[in-house]
Design a protein around this ligand. Structure first.
Ligand code: FUL
Length: 482
């Protein structure tokens, strides 16, 4: 265990100072520790506070906003929807794209009602077909019969999302199987920059730009060298408030699988020397994507993308294979509940609508979450102290013996991520502490299930290890249904 009193850590006295001058060892109950995460826990900015904070990486405002969304909907839509494929080869006839009754308001309404706060649309997938009337290629909606060739899916989606209060993200695949210049690196980079420029200048504020790492070119295939500094620089210049997602960030990293499972532990910090570009593979790379790096020097939280169906695009044959509510709840706990953000793919069908089965499942998923988090055990008076062993320990009595179904822990990540080991225990009234949950990282949100068979009278949260400094933790407790 790292003793936070050594090296760059803070002493108990300093920790007490951070809390407003309460004597160490007798911190008592401090409302800012148990209060809302938006409470100004670190209001002081004197030298002691700065030293105590150390120089752990911290999120930018855009990364914070991204994380606070918690849940976004991914929309895979394009020629594959009509050809029943996952990876088009770029030879598709644009005339195949003809959604009968496309209604982006339905996508956005369903997303909002499901609890999502953003949507991300595949403006271009690997087949190169553009869902907006780009000037860069004829391979787009402008060559399709949809809306007489005058339609723009990106515009309809962005407008609909904003009308429902959702933020907008765009996926523009670097790998392009239609562009004739793909593989002629400078020329394709110019084309790609031109496409991004259209997307990032014509559709208002973009919250996230999503760069996937896929490339299925065979050994004799076209070899394209992407100009990542220029690509990322273009996003920064045109949409300075957007987060850039890819295996290598730079703002948000891929979580390393497509099954809906973030690593446990999951650090939001990474060593940037490990994953340097999208699309690279290897055990050490996957480990870093899954878990981040405790001593990483860069803040790059992980996003968990997974589809509600087996495929990313809509296929009629998968209508019976929509994930169950139980599976989606497990995904919620292994993504949002592990300091990640959930990007759940729900693909529009050939009508241009989210399919009935998916809409129903999203509603049930929302109801299940609402039910699980409906009975918060409110106004717990937490009393915190730093023990002689350098642990942070919080105690609270529950108003009545309560079957605890979920404990939600949160760090104030504006200040970085500090917790490296913790325990949650319950006392069922006989004075014996029983372990309810234990783990390593907390970060923005850690969800642990309790044992609803046990009625807890007191809760104890112990932070056994901090990376660098003692930092407050917010605890919320939810009771099981009676
Ligand atoms: C991958 C792609 O190859 C899949 O088709 C899908 O778009 C997924 C989200 O990203 O890189």
């Amino acid at each position: 265990m790292t003793d936070h009193r050594d090296g760059g850590g803070v002493s108990r006295r300093e920790f007490a100072g951070l809390l407003g001058g309460v004597a160490a060892g007798a911190l008592g109950s401090h409302p800012q520790l148990a209060g809302s995460p938006s409470a100004p826990m670190h209001a002081r900015s004197d030298a002691r506070t700065r030293r105590a904070r150390g120089d752990r990486p911290r999120p930018t405002p855009a990364q914070l906003a991204w994380q606070r969304d918690e849940f976004a909907l991914f929309l895979h839509f394009g020629v594959n929807t009509f050809t029943d494929r996952e990876w088009g080869d770029g030879k598709e006839d644009p005339k195949s794209f003809n959604p009968a009754v496309l209604d982006a308001r339905q996508w956005a309404r369903v997303a909002r009602e499901a609890g999502a706060r953003a949507v991300i649309l595949t403006a271009k997938h690997h087949d190169g077909f553009c869902l907006w009337p780009t000037k860069t290629t004829a391979h787009s909606v402008a060559s399709s019969p949809w809306r007489g060739g005058g339609g723009d899916v990106v515009r309809e989606c962005a407008d609909a999302a904003r009308a429902e209060g959702l933020r907008v993200g765009l996926y523009c695949s670097p790998w392009d199987r239609n562009a004739a210049v793909y593989g002629d690196s400078p020329r394709y980079n110019d084309l790609y920059i031109a496409q991004l420029t259209e997307l990032l200048t014509q559709y208002g504020d973009i919250a996230e730009v999503w760069f996937d790492g896929a490339n299925g070119e065979g050994p004799n295939g076209k070899k394209q060298t992407y100009d990542w500094p220029r690509i990322w620089g273009t996003v920064r210049r045109l949409q300075p408030n957007a987060v850039i997602f890819s295996d290598a960030g730079p703002d948000v990293r891929w979580i390393g699988n497509e099954t809906g499972s973030a690593g446990d532990p999951n650090w939001s910090t990474v060593n940037p020397a490990i994953v340097t570009a999208p699309g690279v593979d290897g055990p050490e790379i996957i480990r870093s994507l899954q878990h981040g790096d405790r001593d990483g020097t860069v803040w790059r939280p992980g996003e968990t993308d997974v589809s509600i169906r087996p495929g990313w695009f809509y296929h009629p044959a998968e209508d019976e294979m929509v994930k169950s509510v139980e599976a989606l709840m497990r995904i919620w706990f292994s993504s949002v509940g592990r300091n990640s953000k959930l990007l759940l793919n729900v693909p529009p069908n050939r009508d241009g609508l989210l399919a009935e089965a998916d809409v129903r499942r999203l509603r049930e998923f929302r109801e299940a979450r609402d039910a699980l988090f409906a009975r918060e055990v409110g106004s717990l008076a937490w009393s915190w102290r730093v023990t002689d062993g350098g642990r942070l320990e919080g105690l609270a009595s529950l108003p009545s013996p309560t079957p605890v179904s979920v404990v939600r822990l949160a760090e104030r990540i504006e200040e970085g991520q500090q917790v490296a080991r913790y325990r949650v225990e319950g006392d069922a009234g006989n004075g014996t502490w029983r372990l309810l949950a234990e783990g390593q990282t907390i970060g923005y949100c850690k969800l642990d299930r309790g044992d609803p068979a046990v009625r807890v009278e007191r809760l104890r949260v112990t932070i056994d290890e901090f990376v660098e400094t003692v930092a407050p933790v917010q605890v919320r407790c939810f009771a099981a249904a009676p």
